[in-house]
Design a protein around this ligand. Structure first.
Ligand SMILES: Cc1ncc(COP(=O)(O)O)c(C=O)c1O
Length: 345
């Protein structure tokens, strides 16, 4: 019988259980020393800061960026999360993401340990402490640590965690291929709240990668286009209408919602005929002139091939690129309401 060696390397496979000797750490400092080894190289840290309400502060040492194993988000999936991007020293659309985060928490019946204003202040202070000017800010609300039961009733407090991840962003000028997902999509209650149960999303992504596609598209039980595994999807019809599927059974994407506000500019310029949310069948969607993914870290990714069939003429369309420019300009030079400055120290 094969088993994984966990004596430190955790990578080699041994064939005989007798060889399997588990190391016992003699002290916390021995363990910490080992964890710190991993991050010792002079390279830039990928996670420059974390916040944990359980620790009660900001952590800069990646070796200590951990959450308790008895946290109900870990062993029961009782947690919600959200993301915002850090772009040129600003937090783009932080407030819209924070609103969605708290809507998700309410649906998951998780009460935040802090009021909204404190959560917001922690996120801004942590980003400042990270010194990161380009990356993503990810944050979670969990029913918290305390036991391994199903019910969160006996837990002393909910928990708030956040982390900054250094990352670069660029506009996408090339198109990608997609497939239709065969993994069942989440029911509306779970798809409309951004909870940590992303197993269907992960399996859908793996299915796409196995077939050489960038991602897979979900189609709902009524045959209407839903969304991608962590992105929304939008279409341009042959009549130059920009169409987003309705948001009642899928995640209400902050980027999609912003694009719905910005895209009427292209109608004024005569490039688009109209902008709307409407359900589309697979047949209608596959007959569209252009198709694209829309999401915080993209912000637009043109789709040129779906299940082996070209979308439009199979090339990246000019309206997808124009919509990408609209969002990019908003990230670079949008109004103050969209861009929260980070007070780096
Ligand atoms: C399932 C799902 N749909 C859509 C999106 C796009 O949302 P946003 O534009 O807020 O990144 C995400 C990402 O958060 C997601 O996880």
């Amino acid at each position: 019988m094969e088993s994984c060696k966990t004596d430190g390397s955790a990578s080699s496979v041994v064939e005989n259980n007798e060889e399997f000797k588990v190391h016992v750490f003699s002290s916390a400092s021995e363990l910490l020393g080992k964890l710190q080894e991993k991050w010792k190289s002079g390279e830039k840290k990928p996670y420059p800061a974390m916040y944990s309400s359980i620790f009660g502060g900001i952590i800069l040492d990646p070796a200590m960026m951990v959450i308790p194993i008895d946290d109900h988000m870990v062993h029961r999936g009782h947690g919600v999360f959200d993301t915002a991007i850090i772009f040129d020293g600003y937090l783009y659309e932080l407030d819209v993401h924070l609103d969605r985060f708290l809507r998700s928490a309410a649906k998951a019946k998780i009460t935040s340990p802090f009021p909204r204003s404190t959560l917001r202040s922690i996120l801004i202070q942590m980003t400042a402490a990270s010194k990161c000017e380009k990356g993503t800010l990810r944050y979670w609300l969990s029913s918290g640590p305390g036991n391994f039961l199903l019910s969160p009733a006996g837990l002393p407090t909910s928990a708030f965690y956040a982390v900054v991840i250094s990352e670069d962003f660029k506009q996408h000028n090339d198109g990608v291929k997609v497939i239709t997902s065969t993994i069942p999509m989440k029911s509306p209650l779970f798809a409309t709240m951004k909870n940590v149960n992303y197993l269907p999303n992960v399996l859908s992504q793996m299915e796409a990668e196995e077939q050489g596609a960038w991602a897979a598209i979900w189609v709902d039980d009524d045959g209407y286009i839903a969304e991608g595994p962590n992105v929304n999807v939008a279409f341009i019809t042959n009549d130059k209408e920009l169409i987003f599927p309705l948001f009642d059974k899928i995640l209400s994407g902050c980027t999609a919602k912003r694009l719905l506000e910005l895209a009427p500019k292209l109608v004024e310029q005569g490039k688009l005929e109209s902008v709307k949310t409407k359900n589309l069948t697979v047949e209608e969607a596959k007959a569209s002139a252009e198709m694209m993914f829309v999401g915080s870290t993209l912000p637009i990714l043109p789709i040129v091939m779906w299940d082996g069939h070209p979308i439009g003429n199979g090339m990246v369309g000019e309206l997808a690129l124009a919509l990408s420019d609209l969002l990019w300009d908003d990230m670079v030079a949008g109004p103050d309401t969209q861009k929260i400055p980070v007070p780096y120290v």
